[in-house]
Design a protein around this ligand. Structure first.
Ligand SMILES: NC(=O)c1ccc[n+]([C@@H]2O[C@H](COP(=O)([O-])OP(=O)(O)OC[C@H]3O[C@@H](n4cnc5c(N)ncnc54)[C@H](O)[C@@H]3O)[C@@H](O)[C@H]2O)c1
Length: 255
């Protein structure tokens, strides 16, 4: 059957693990996946945040799981939960992350390590925990939220850009390593978007004006901007895309 006879964004009946599921960028993707009939394990360290996501969508097709993406046992338990409750898992969205911004002369070493631990090591462990389940399902899709900082250099972003640049490379390596198992691994690279992660920084008018000035389309990102690409990467239309970091950034990576 040709692709034109299918919906390239179809996710009905598919089951996914979502980390950072209580966060600002995950929220509209989670809402759209549920709206279209997917079933989700929602993982985050923020139990209250998870509860409010469940309150918004109901618990029929979404299960909350409090866990840390740097904790392999928690990731294994989340994958087990998905397989037990849904029968199998078809993929994962990793939207967990930290953003410490500090001039490199004064960046705290522990904060640097924590950023790498969550954004980079956590992303790797998330992928590693999912891979056997996806192999068992005959293949699957892993989508990470990277950043324009996977490519551009912003002053005071050494930890964050290091983690996100590394993530873009992990995505390329895993994409190649697991292609024969029909596991596609990709990342979405958003521009600066107002969420809990960035709200304090953006409350500084000079920071905000500079951020908008750096984006050729002249506005910050919106969480909703990522939904279309996320659906494509999970749906039949994205089946031959792997190892890519695709920027949804109003042109930020062009300058
Ligand atoms: N907001 C932006 O401007 C922006 C731009 C580019 C990329 N990103 C990336 O997108 C992702 C989501 O960011 P956001 O803006 O939604 O931030 P957010 O703070 O709203 O959400 C991040 C979520 O991750 C969770 N989290 C943090 N550490 C965790 C851990 N160790 N284990 C499990 N969950 C953990 C938090 O509790 C939170 O719910 C991050 O990776 C971020 O780097 C954000």
């Amino acid at each position: 059957m040709g692709l034109t006879q299918n919906n390239p964004l179809e996710v009905a009946g598919r089951c996914y693990l979502v980390s950072g599921a209580a966060g600002g960028l995950a929220k509209p993707i989670v809402a759209e996946l549920l709206e279209r009939g997917a079933r989700l394990i929602l993982m985050d360290t923020d139990t209250d945040g998870l509860n409010s996501v469940i309150a918004a969508h109901g618990d029929e097709n979404a299960i909350a799981f409090t866990g840390d993406i740097t904790d392999q046992a928690a990731l294994d338990a989340a994958v087990d939960l998905g397989q037990t409750r849904f029968g199998c898992l078809h993929g994962g969205l990793n939207a967990a992350g930290l953003l410490p911004i500090a001039a490199s002369d004064s960046m705290d070493a522990d904060l640097f390590r924590q950023c790498i631990d969550v954004n980079l090591t956590g992303a790797f462990l998330f992928s590693q925990a999912l891979a056997p389940a996806l192999r068992a399902a005959g293949g699957g899709r892993i989508v990470h939220i990277a950043s324009v900082s996977s490519m551009v250099s912003n002053p005071a972003y050494a930890a964050y850009a290091g983690s996100k640049g590394g993530l873009a490379q992990i995505v390329r390596v895993l994409g190649r390593e697991w292609a024969a198992d029909s596991i596609a691994v990709n990342a979405i690279g958003p521009a600066l978007t107002e969420t809990a992660l960035t709200r304090d920084y953006l409350s500084d008018p000079a920071f905000r004006a500079r951020a908008i000035g750096d984006i050729p389309m002249g506005r910050l990102g919106l969480p909703e901007d990522l939904v279309g690409l996320a659906l494509l990467l999970f749906g039949p239309g994205g089946g031959f895309i792997t190892g890519q970091t695709i920027y949804v950034d109003g042109g930020r990576t062009l300058v």
